[in-house]
Design a binder for this molecule. Structure first.
Ligand code: NAD
Length: 307
C-alpha cells in the first residue's frame, strides 16, 4: 500500500522541456506532491527548430487548475543567460531552487556516415550543454542553501548505443560523466546528482517504437524513478533505468584485470589473456576515477608487482 511519503511541500523545482512528453509528466507529478514548479520549454519541433512558450503555459494551466503552483518559462536551455534569468524567475517567485530535472532534448538521427557536423553539435549543445547551463545556474545557490537534487536524463542509446544516434548517444553518456564528478563535488553540501534513463512513448519515439511497445510504455510509468531521484532521500550517483513499470540500475564497472608489466612481449601477453582481462567475474564500481588504482584491484596488482 502506498503511504505517499515522498512529498515536496516547500520545495521549488525546475523541469526543463516540460511542455510535453516526459517533462510534462515530471512537472505534473512534482506539483501534485506539493512542489512549486518552473515549467520550462522552448516549444519547438522534435529536431529543435521553432519555439513558443505556449507549450509550457498549457502545462502551467493544468497544474494551477489542479490546485498547484507553477510558472512558465520559454528559455532555450542552450542559452546560458536565458537560463540564468529562468533561475532568477524561480528565486523571485519562491526564494529558492531545490530540484532541477534536466529533461529537455531533441533528436537529429542519421547514420554517422550521413550525419552533418552541425547536427552532431546541435544535439550535444541541447543535451549536454543544456544540462551544464541549467546545473551551473543553480549550483551556487544549491551550495549556499546546502541542499539540491539534480536529475540528468540519460538514455540507453548513450549507455549501450543505438544505430543512427551517435550524436545523441555521445551527448547522453556525457551526462553520466557529468554526474560522476558533480555527485562527488556536491556531496559535502547535500547536493545529490543522479541520472534517469527513461523509455517512453512520446513524440520523440513515436516513429521509432513498434505500436505494441508505444502502448506499454506510457510516460507516467517513468515518473516514480524521477520522484525518487528528486526526493529528500534520493541516492547520489545512481543511473536508474525506467520504462513500462520496470526499474533497473546501470553501472560502469571495472574488471579485476591482470598484471602484465610492460616488457617487450606485453602486447602478445595482453592479446593472449584478453578474455581474462575482460572477464566480468569480481568486477567492481570504483567510487571515483582517483580510486581506480587504489581500490581492491589496485592493491592486488600492487601486491603482484611487489612479489
Ligand atoms: P519530447 O520531444 O516529448 O520532449 C522533449 C521536450 O524538450 C520538448 O517539449 C521540447 O520542446 C523540449 N526542448 C527541446 N529543446 C529544448 C531547448 N533547447 N530548451 C528547452 N526545451 C527544449 O521527448 P521525451 O521523450 O519526453 O524526452 C524527454 C527526455 O527524455 C529527453 O532528454 C530525451 O532525450 C530523454 N529520453 C527519452 C526516451 C524515450 O523513450 N522517450 C528515452 C531515452 C531518453
Amino acid at each position: 500500500m502506498s503511504s505517499n511519503s515522498i512529498d515536496f511541500k516547500g520545495r521549488v523545482a525546475i523541469v526543463t522541456g516540460a511542455g510535453g512528453g516526459l517533462g510534462r509528466q515530471h512537472a505534473l507529478a512534482l506539483a501534485a506532491r506539493g512542489a512549486k514548479v518552473v515549467v520550462n520549454d522552448l516549444g519547438g519541433a522534435r529536431d529543435g527548430s521553432g519555439g513558443s512558450v505556449s507549450a509550457a503555459q498549457a502545462v502551467v494551466d493544468e497544474i494551477v487548475a489542479a490546485g498547484g503552483a507553477a510558472i512558465a518559462n520559454g528559455a532555450s536551455v542552450t542559452d546560458f543567460e536565458a537560463v540564468q534569468a529562468m533561475v532568477q524567475q524561480a528565486v523571485d517567485a519562491w526564494g529558492r531552487v531545490d530540484i532541477l530535472v534536466n529533461n529537455a532534448g531533441i533528436l537529429r538521427d542519421k547514420s554517422f556516415s550521413k550525419m552533418e557536423i552541425a547536427d552532431f553539435k546541435l544535439v550535444v549543445d541541447v543535451h549536454l550543454m543544456g544540462a551544464v547551463n541549467c546545473t551551473k545556474a543553480v549550483w551556487a545557490l544549491m551550495n549556499a542553501q546546502k541542499y539540491g537534487r539534480i536529475v540528468m536524463t540519460t538514455s540507453s542509446s548513450g549507455l549501450y548505443g543505438n544505430f543512427g544516434q551517435s550524436n545523441y548517444g555521445a551527448a547522453k553518456l556525457a551526462l553520466v560523466g557529468l554526474m560522476q564528478t558533480l555527485s562527488i563535488e556536491g556531496a559535502k553540501n547535500d547536493i545529490r546528482v543522479n541520472c534517469l534513463a527513461p523509455t517512453a512513448a512520446t513524440r520523440m519515439t513515436e516513429d521509432l517504437f513498434p505500436k505494441e511497445m508505444l502502448e506499454a510504455f506510457q510516460p507516467d510509468a517513468v515518473v516514480p524513478a524521477m520522484l525518487v531521484l528528486a526526493s529528500q532521500d534520493a541516492p547520489n550517483r545512481t543511473v536508474l533505468c525506467a520504462g513500462a513499470g520496470v526499474f533497473e540500475a546501470a553501472h560502469i564497472t571495472l574488471t579485476q584485470g591482470v598484471w602484465l608489466g610492460s616488457g617487450p612481449d606485453a602486447p602478445e601477453q595482453l592479446a593472449a589473456r584478453l578474455a581474462e582481462v575482460t572477464s566480468r567475474e569480481g568486477e567492481v564500481v570504483p567510487q571515483s576515477g582517483a580510486t581506480q588504482g587504489s581500490n581492491e584491484v589496485g592493491k592486488a596488482m600492487a601486491a603482484k608487482v611487489d612479489k
